[in-house]
Design a protein around this ligand. Sequence first.
Ligand SMILES: [Zn+2]
Length: 92
Amino acid sequence: MARHRPSKHTRPARPLGLASFQTSATKQDGRWVLRQIRAGQSTKDYRCPECDQLIRPGTAHVVAWPHTPPVGSTSGLDFRRHFHTSCWNRRP
Ligand SMILES: [Zn+2]
């Protein structure tokens, strides 16, 4: 075992969990920032805007919001929506 700098607290090397990685995708209606929600990470129902069905708690899915905030808004995050992963992938 190699010696590492001591730290006050034991922390994971990579910020997994809630700070899961973000990616981006370009769709017909613009560029989106994506966050993958893993199974077990969500705790409430969301309605998928693509199929109008509920995404049940604990279901792996995708959160997407506009890369460029709409006019009059400071953050695209305010416009985030939850999609089933398959519904997101189907979007043109
Ligand atoms: Zn859906």
